[in-house]
Design a protein around this ligand. Structure first.
Ligand code: SPV
Ligand code: MG
Length: 542
């Protein structure tokens, strides 16, 4: 239902209805969640939250701007406390137009002079608007509205300014005849007498609205019995927030700590909930077209590595800086550059020394007695529909990785076909493929047949070396899970490496596609490698 219609129905319902003050988007949302059917856009609260006085120090456009946030945050109608309409009949017309454009359901204007003062500050000295002039303002507002259900409430300040019942009734009746949808009769007394007298005399001419801030102890039943249509609880959100903020500020200042207040204040996740953070996450899934929507990376970094005792005394190999940047940081940066932000590092040895922004760490607690596949199993739930698995000690040029991300195979391994005589470092993972590297062909259709430490497999010589990089997409993920489960059932997980997993994939009929490269990578296994690594990273556009 339109907000205007909702407010109109509240005013005209045969029960007494209630609306509560709000002064920004957040409080508007809280009012709605509490179950209220409408919001009072209090001038006092709107100005107070900005630290200014309720004397039209806030400009009317600033008011409208705040209301826009409130209107967006809540689906219940807002009745704006529009003070005097911020000027004459012409200002009123423009106000109505602007409020309608922002889905504000109605406005209440009071018969005082611009700039007004809050009714509870020297009310008796306040001058009232000439009745005819004010009626012209009401009529101009009604004529300006486009939506028939937009409501204009006329507020009678006669009691506030020290006039009696007669003047209050005279004004109320004139405003009703000028077209007001309801009359707000205000009082600054701590008893409801003048309001109730007015209500009795008024009868059912048109809906009556009250603001029982001063006569708050009056039982609500009394308002019901007097046929009040709408009760405005006018300032209790701003007042409760002031009390809470003062207590919090005092405690934090006195204790120089957050311990005392942590349990007293709303959680940060409650803020996120009120802001609708979840909706945005859902919408991102639908609309935010990322370069690699589901891609993730798993970096195996649990082992200490060998032959670098001094350098790895307090940290794993991946945390050794190479030309000023750790190997791990270099990998994470490369993933991020390719739009992969879901990055997991499997740590083990000196796990606390692993520190890398932008990646999460999972731990293989048994790193000392188990092997790579156990580490991989620790990160099994980090596999997405597109996951790159990589050894943590690998340095490589960016193009290798971006080419890897270009394929659409389910399983893909990177194999270096440069002659073994030139190979330095690890030559354990020799790759036997369905065909040799045809360097003239991009995305050559070659399958991996075996990864082995041996340089002879079935009487053949190797086609290259698997560099320690694998990508699994779509079904590739379940092939890996299946192979891991098989190895687990056979009791082989604890002693096996990723090459054993790859060989199992081949046996299961899921031989990975081979991406051939020729050099431009290295892994770090000893001090000599480390020296080379520094040269490798220098002068190359890595
Ligand atoms: C407001 O909430 O700003 C009002 C009501 O106008 S009162 O403060 O009682 O005047
Ligand atoms: Mg006000």
């Amino acid at each position: 239902m339109k907000k205007t219609t909702q407010l109109k129905n509240l005013l005209n319902s045969d029960q007494t209805e209630f609306i509560l003050e709000a002064h920004n988007g957040l409080s508007a949302k809280i009012v709605e969640e509490a179950g209220f059917k409408g919001i009072w856009g209090s001038g006092l609260a709107l100005s107070a939250q900005h630290g200014v006085r309720d004397n039209n120090e806030l400009s009317w456009t600033q008011v409208v701007e705040i209301l826009e946030f409130m209107s967006d945050a809540a689906s219940i109608p807002i009745l704006l406390d529009g003070d005097t309409g911020y000027g004459d009949f012409n200002n009123m017309r423009r106000l109505v137009q602007k409020l309608e454009q922002r889905a504000i359901a109605g406005v209440c204007i009071e018969d005082k002079l611009f700039p007004k003062t809050n009714s509870f500050i020297q009310g008796e000295q306040q001058e009232l608007e000439d009745v005819d002039t004010f009626c012209g303002k009401i009529q101009a507002g009604k004529d300006a509205q486009i939506d028939d259900d937009f409501c204009i409430v006329a507020r009678v300040e006669a009691f506030i300014a020290g006039w009696g019942l007669e003047e209050a009734l005279r004004r109320g009746e004139a405003y009703r005849q000028a077209g007001a949808d309801a009359i707000l009769i205000h009082s600054k007394l701590s008893r409801p007498d003048e309001i109730l007298q007015f209500a009795r005399e008024w009868g059912e001419r048109c809906p009556l609205v009250i603001v029982p801030t001063k006569y708050y102890s009056t039982q609500t039943e009394v308002f019901r019995d007097h046929g009040i249509s709408l009760v405005i609880w006018a300032n209790h959100m701003i007042r409760s927030s002031i009390t809470a903020m003062q207590a919090t500020a005092r405690t934090i200042h006195e204790t120089e700590s957050l311990v005392e207040i942590e349990g007293q204040v709303s959680t940060v996740s409650e803020i996120f909930r009120l802001q609708g953070a979840d909706e945005l996450l859902e919408a991102e899934k639908l609309y935010a077209r990322k370069a690699r929507p589901d891609a993730s990376a798993i970096i195996l970094a649990a082992s200490r590595g060998q032959g670098m005792d001094e350098l790895t005394r307090d940290r794993p190999k991946v945390m050794i800086p190479v030309a000023g940047k750790t190997v791990l940081r270099r990998q994470v940066d490369k993933f991020k550059a390719q739009g992969i932000n879901d990055i997991t590092v499997v740590a083990g040895y000196q796990k606390d020394a692993i520190e890398v922004q932008g990646a999460q760490v999972v731990v293989n607690e048994d790193w000392e007695t188990t092997s790579e596949l156990k580490s991989l199993a620790c990160a099994l739930d980090k596999f997405s529909d597109d996951t790159v698995l990589i050894y943590g000690d690998l340095l490589f040029r960016s193009y290798i990785f971006s080419n890897l991300m270009d394929w659409d195979a389910e399983l893909l391994v990177v194999v270096d076909s440069s002659p073994l005589e030139q190979a330095k470092g690890n030559i354990n993972d020799l790759a036997y493929c369905s065909g040799p590297d045809d360097r003239a062909m991009y995305q050559q259709k070659v399958r991996l047949e075996q990864v082995s430490k041996s340089s002879d497999w079935q009487g053949r010589s190797p086609d290259g070396r698997w560099i320690g990089m694998l990508r699994a997409r779509g079904e590739g993920r379940s092939h890996i899970t299946e192979a891991l489960e098989q190895l687990g059932r056979a009791g082989l997980i604890e002693d096996s490496g990723v090459p054993d997993l790859i060989n199992r994939l081949v046996e299961n009929g899921h031989a990975p596609q081979v991406q051939y490269i020729a050099g431009h990578w290295m892994d770090i296994n000893n001090l000599q490698d480390l020296q080379r690594a520094s040269d490798f990273t220098h002068g190359l556009n890595n």
